[in-house]
Write a protein that binds this ligand. Structure first.
Ligand SMILES: Cc1cc2nc3c(=O)[nH]c(=O)nc-3n(C[C@H](O)[C@H](O)[C@H](O)COP(=O)(O)OP(=O)(O)OC[C@H]3O[C@@H](n4cnc5c(N)ncnc54)[C@H](O)[C@@H]3O)c2cc1C
Length: 474
């Protein structure tokens, strides 16, 4: 077939160091979707397979453009420290490249002004730095690095239409694809491993059902969140008391959130959002009025004075969705599902890209294990299927549990949610005046530390003993 290879630049193949135990010499992995999860997974696969082919249905350009297949790309995408560190491990030098390209480096506690549950968090250093940029810019920088890996082919403008199986449908043996260029017909591409990274709208449940496997169980937490986003000019010498600003609501009555982040191109990205159907309007006056009703006035004041650069973009997000492939009675060999295809979180908590990076890390661990034990690819995929849900439990519990603070949220609360929400409520209050509590919370939120660490005696003791009276604004 005539693969159109977008943005490909072949360099030496020495990055490949290990081989998986497949019966052929030319082991081939196919990845469905060239977004964050697909790119990060491809980087891992390139170390184990002779060739990796990513099929992406969108036409990709060599710049930071929003695109149809990733409509969320127009909205704020914060990356937690753990996610950024994993990306840096996969692509050494990426953080510097982001900063050189215009991303803003921000210290998570001293540079952030963060109003949460009726109080401003302390502004003390934590030593945790992240970069702020738009989602298309981050994806583009990662894509450029992926395209420098000689055994990865990125085939854009090409739709994966279904899985192809062996005669008994026990194993996925490839995909049927169709280029979106004029006159193209459907073709079959063989693969030793197929990775579904096609996002929240993944067709894997439907394709598995058509193959006789049935659909996976789903956990659904319906939050009915709405976003409105706009870019504003960021003058080079602006005298701002913060580098980034978050005004979060106090549940159950407060449902409105506002965020201002610096991004590349000397711009601010401003996002307003609301839970349980309280969506920001997309007209100028309505948006300002929504901002005026946030719990602190800072974002409203900012928006009244700043120079808008774009129209207002909207997005509606209905529910956190987790697909439990690990519970299926039968699951075919040769298939991995990761990223938003597997679990998509309420975006307000900014966990999706970091979780995609953790999924890619889990894939690497499973491939490594298979290499060392001489296991088959199907054993590797089975191990991934069982292992990855354990990594998802913590972010799922944080997102789904937090969403349960709003009475309009529908779904099964994770076990222990009322206690966790009571506990975190006190942690948030104490983070306004106890630096240790603040930094420990921020480390958990950034997924650097496991949520268990929030029960460290240095947090537990004040939570249980100190008053959480509201502190005055700074
Ligand atoms: C409004 C919003 C805001 C968000 N904010 C944040 C944030 O602040 N921080 C954060 O970490 N995460 C955030 N997320 C989540 C984040 O966008 C995702 O978790 C992240 O992009 C990883 O998703 P993915 O790569 O699995 O899927 P996606 O990014 O959805 O990409 C799927 C890709 O697959 C392609 N594709 C789909 N079907 C096919 C097919 N059949 N054939 C070929 N290609 C196909 C699509 O074109 C697309 O490129 C947000 C999400 C939303 C909705």
């Amino acid at each position: 077939m005539n693969h159109h290879i977008a943005l490909r630049r072949r360099v030496d193949r020495s990055s490949r160091s290990r081989r998986v135990n497949v019966p052929r010499r030319d082991a081939h992995a196919v990845v469905i979707g060239g977004s964050i999860a697909g790119l990060l997974a491809s980087r891992v696969l390139a170390d184990y397979f002779d060739t990796v082919t990513i099929f992406e249905k969108d036409h990709l350009v060599d710049s930071a453009e929003p695109r149809m297949g990733v409509p969320q790309g127009r909205h704020v995408h914060s990356i937690w420290k753990r996610g950024l560190s994993l990306m840096e491990e996969s692509f050494p030098g990426l953080t510097s490249e982001l900063i050189e390209g215009g991303s803003a480096e921000v210290e998570m506690t001293s540079d952030f002004a963060w109003y949460h549950r009726g109080v401003w968090k302390l502004r003390v250093p934590s030593g945790i730095f992240i970069t702020c940029q738009t989602r298309p810019f981050l994806e583009w920088q990662i894509r450029r690095r992926v395209c420098q890996i000689s055994n990865i082919d990125l085939v854009d403008h090409c739709h994966v239409k279904r899985f192809v199986t062996d005669a008994t449908a026990q194993r996925i043996t490839g995909v049927a694809v169709q280029s979106r260029r004029a006159g193209a017909t459907e073709e079959t591409v063989s693969a030793d491993l197929v990775v579904d990274a096609s996002g929240r709208g993944s067709r894997t449940p439907r394709w598995l059902e058509e193959l006789g496997y049935g659909r996976p169980d789903m956990s659904v937490i319906d939050v009915d969140v709405g976003y409105a986003t706009r870019f504003y000019a960021r003058p080079p010498h602006e005298d701002c008391p913060w580098k980034a600003l978050i005004v979060a609501p106090t549940p159950p009555d407060g449902t409105r959130l506002g965020v201002i982040f610096p991004v590349e191109g000397q711009r601010w990205i401003v996002m307003l959002g609301g839970w349980n159907g309280d969506h920001p309007p997309r007209d100028e006056d309505g948006l300002l009025e929504f901002a005026r009703n946030l719990e602190a006035p800072d974002i409203y004041t900012f928006m009244r004075e700043a120079e808008p650069l774009t129209p207002i973009a909207g997005y509606k997000f209905r529910a956190n969705v987790r697909r439990h492939y690990e519970r299926m009675r039968r699951f075919p060999g040769g298939l991995i599902v990761l990223g938003d295809s597997l679990c998509s979180f309420n975006p307000i908590y900014g966990q999706g890209m970091t979780t995609s990076a953790l999924d890619a890390m889990t894939l690497r661990e499973c491939l490594d294990r298979a290499v060392h034990r001489g296991e088959s690819l199907d054993a590797m995929a089975h191990h991934f299927l069982k292992r990855v849900p354990r990594r998802l439990d913590a972010p799922w519990r944080l997102a789904a549990g937090e969403d349960m603070n709003w009475p309009g949220t529908q779904g099964d609360a994770p076990f222990g949610t009322p206690f966790m929400n009571w506990y975190f409520g006190r942690v948030h209050a104490l983070a306004a005046r106890d630096p240790q509590v603040l930094v420990r919370f921020v480390r958990v939120a950034n997924m650097i530390d496991s949520p268990v660490r929030i029960f460290h005696p240095r947090v537990l003791a004040p939570v249980l003993t100190r008053s959480t009276r509201v502190a005055p604004s700074p």
